[in-house]
Design a protein around this ligand. Structure first.
Ligand code: AP5
Ligand code: MG
Length: 220
């Protein structure tokens, strides 16, 4: 448990399918800070067809990291908006030692949460994920199915699978995570910023663990 006021400059780190986005969207609402997902920002740029999105698209489909300069451009713009001055929940950045060094130059952090999830659970979660392209709601055929198969509960939009959730791309993403992102566990442990959350179990079980380790009161 942390001090009396909950942390507000938070980074979520963890492998693909660990539940970062699921937990971040809920917690960010409760803490009144923006949920900044570099993956979501990049997917929006791809959908828009901007030059940055066109450059990022191939890397993302293949499961590779998008080059640092492109991700930094998008992150710097988003972190610089007024709503991020109160704090933020950063999901999916940094993913390399170089990105961690860049982030240190942009902002201080209160805590880095590492999601610990078994590899088999990750692939099960990714293969069952369906997303609403209109509103971004995320479902899972196993754990969180939509009320009507293939349709978003909120706006009735047709659900789609992410192109990088194909098994070939998942394999690359997990490998990239192990080689380039996993070393950040020690990086943040050395700086005294690291908290590890057990990401197994239901989303509400994980949310309860997160609240406890971040010191978020039930009433918030
Ligand atoms: P990004 O979008 O960040 O993908 P990721 O890190 O691979 O993580 P995911 O979004 O797949 O998983 P998640 O942990 O958010 O899990 P979720 O909550 O959705 O990045 C995509 C790509 O963008 C990268 O590969 C790269 O190309 C590029 N990119 C992004 N940032 C970059 C950077 N900094 N540098 C370079 N390139 C970058 O959950 C997954 C599924 O499981 C869902 O269906 C959900 O409903 C379900 N679920 C969640 N929690 C539970 C639970 N507790 N029990 C059962 N099911 C659950
Ligand atoms: Mg995500």
């Amino acid at each position: 448990m942390r001090g009396r006021s909950p942390a507000r400059r938070i980074v979520f780190l963890g492998p693909p399918g660990a539940g970062k986005g699921t937990q971040a969207s809920e917690l960010a609402r409760e803490l009144h800070v923006p949920h900044l997902s570099t993956g979501e920002l990049l997917r929006a740029a791809v959908a828009e067809g901007s030059p940055l999105g066109r450059s990022a698209d191939g890397h993302m489909r293949a499961g590779r990291l998008v080059p640092d300069d492109l991700v930094l451009e998008i992150l710097r713009e988003r972190l610089g908006r007024p709503d991020a001055a109160r704090g933020f929940l950063l999901d999916g950045y940094p993913r390399t030692e170089a990105q961690a060094a860049t982030l240190e130059r942009l902002t201080a952090l209160d805590v880095v949460v590492w999601f610990d999830v078994a590899p088999r659970t990750l692939t099960e979660r990714l293969s069952g994920r369906w997303t609403c392209p209109r509103c971004g709601s995320v479902y899972n055929v196993a754990g969180r199915p939509p009320r009507t198969a293939g349709r978003c509960d909120l706006d009735g939009g047709e659900l789609v699978q992410r192109p990088d959730d194909r098994p070939e791309a998942v394999e690359v993403r997990l490998k990239v995570f192990g080689e380039q992102t996993a070393p950040l566990l020690e990086h943040y442990r050395r700086r005294g910023l690291l908290e590890v959350v057990d990401g197994s179990g239901t989303p509400s079980e994980v949310a309860a663990r997160l609240r406890q380790l971040l010191g978020v009161p039930e009433s918030l």
